[in-house]
Ligand binder design. Structure first.
Ligand code: APR
Ligand code: PHB
Length: 408
């Protein structure tokens, strides 16, 4: 482990570490934590404040593989006691409901535990371990990626900083600088923007059902989800630029009831919103995820629409592969895992992109959809409702595809 030492070098403060991590969201925090456990030093730099990072509301369904990775990293304590184990979820079409029995179909389950809580658990572990984290940084730039001595520069409180590292991990989300540091002719980007968004509401009311419901209705898509037995999370499909002020709580609850159907509506407890927001839906993949000594992980390399709750799970998969590869490099001097990282991660990412895209296409109303396309969607849902094989395929993807061994 290279010790992390600070020194002055001309005008910049210089930090030396094994891995410089750009972005302190779930990907950056988990990578730093896995490296710490293996005696590899890292420094995280994050554009936002600690409060901002810990307050962000995101999805809340963890695959079993994600829970295993977090638990093996010693982060499973609160997850174990507060996480809700779900052995199934429902698909609904105009009020008719079909349960996808995850446990019976796959022998696996998912755990409902908010990304906000995962982030808090990671931050708590880092605070205890006194990990070097710099929040509220700006002007982050990556240098020397093709060399064995890459470095990152940034500014904080009016001072210039430089991190000298063996590797740089780009964990800085869709809008961060890392992906753009790969020359344009060395990366291919694939993107689909959907002609709608999701309007989400978080409220301290009991969930309407014990399991999640993804509903397609003549009025558009709706999702009934939760965070705990006393906190509910609901979404409706809306315009990508839907003005929030046009959705007072009462209107949103009425719309949810209309879309989820009368049986479910009867069990909905409305209450004041503690958070309400609109998010656009997008699919995106960057090929490659490696350039020289730079490795991308999480939203920096790919985005999925939330139908299927794969965003955080994919990020955890990337970080698992990357941490495994870096550990093998520092412990055994092998670059095998690093050389395999991008291809292995992308194989899993594309399959998960397909599932998220399929679920999105299946359940949402598309403005340009003609009568035939609408019938095809209904027929596909009806087929799923009646087919064990179709349900098994959805269940297999929903609980999460297996990890490869990047070192094998
Ligand atoms: N410098 C430093 N940090 C930056 C910069 C920058 N220029 N740009 C962005 N960041 C930070 C963001 O502020 C954010 O905290 O990088 C972090 C990236 O975090 P996320 O966007 O949460 O991405 P990731 O950690 O890969 O987590 C993936 O989070 O966004 C969800 O749906 C996504 O659930 C998935 C998970
Ligand atoms: C959520 O609870 O926020 C959630 C659940 C399932 C999804 C997306 C979001 O597919």
């Amino acid at each position: 482990m290279t010790s992390t030492t600070d020194r002055q070098d001309g005008k910049a403060n210089v930090l030396k570490t094994d891995v410089a991590i750009i972005g302190g969201g779930p990907s950056g925090l988990l990578l730093a934590w896995r490296l710490t456990l293996d005696g590899i030093s890292s420094v995280i730099i994050e554009r936002q404040s600690v409060e901002h990072v810990q307050g962000r509301i995101r999805a809340g369904v963890l695959e079993q593989g994600t829970v295993d990775v977090l638990t093996r990293a010693g982060l499973g304590q609160r997850l174990e006691t507060e996480g809700l184990r779900h052995g199934g979820f429902a698909l609904a079409l105009d009020g008719r409901v079909c349960r996808i029995a995850l446990d019976a179909l796959t022998g696996r389950h998912v755990t409902v535990y908010g990304q906000t809580e995962v982030t808090r658990d990671l931050m708590a572990a880092h605070f205890d371990a006194r990990t070097k984290m710099h929040h509220d940084v700006s002007d982050v730039e990556l240098h020397g990626l093709e060399t064995e001595t890459p470095h990152v520069t940034f500014a904080k409180d009016g001072e210039l900083w430089r991190i000298d590292a063996d590797f740089i991990a780009g964990c800085d989300g869709f809008r961060g600088p890392s992906r753009l540091a790969i020359p344009a002719d060395q990366r291919d980007e694939f993107q689909r923007d959907y002609p709608f968004g999701w309007l989400g509401i978080l409220a301290d009311v009991p969930p309407c059902r014990e399991e999640l419901i993804y509903a397609s209705s003549e009025h558009g898509f709706a999702l009934a989800s939760m965070r705990s037995p006393t906190r509910s999370r609901y979404y409706i499909q809306c315009r990508a630029d839907e003005p929030l002020e046009e959705w007072p709580d009462n209107r949103l609850w009425d719309e949810l009831k209309r879309r989820l159907g009368s049986d479910v509506a009867a069990t909905i407890t409305p209450g004041p919103a503690i958070e309400k927001s609109v998010a656009p839906l997008r699919s995106f993949v960057c090929e490659t995820m490696r350039y020289g000594r730079l490795f991308l992980a999480g939203d920096a390399a790919h985005i999925v629409p939330p139908t299927g709750a794969k965003g955080l799970n994919l990020a955890v998969g990337d970080v698992h592969y990357l941490a495994t590869a870096l550990s093998a490099y520092y412990r055994r001097g092998t670059e095998l895992g690093l050389d395999r990282y991008a291809e292995a991660a992308l194989r899993r990412i594309w399959k998960t992109e397909r599932f998220s895209w399929m679920m999105t296409a299946l359940l949402h109303d598309f403005a340009d959809e003609d009568a035939f396309a609408k019938r095809m969607r209904a027929a596909e849902l009806n087929y799923i409702f009646s087919s064990h094989a179709a349900q098994a395929s959805i269940a297999e993807n929903y609980v999460g595809l297996p990890f490869e061994d990047v070192l094998a």
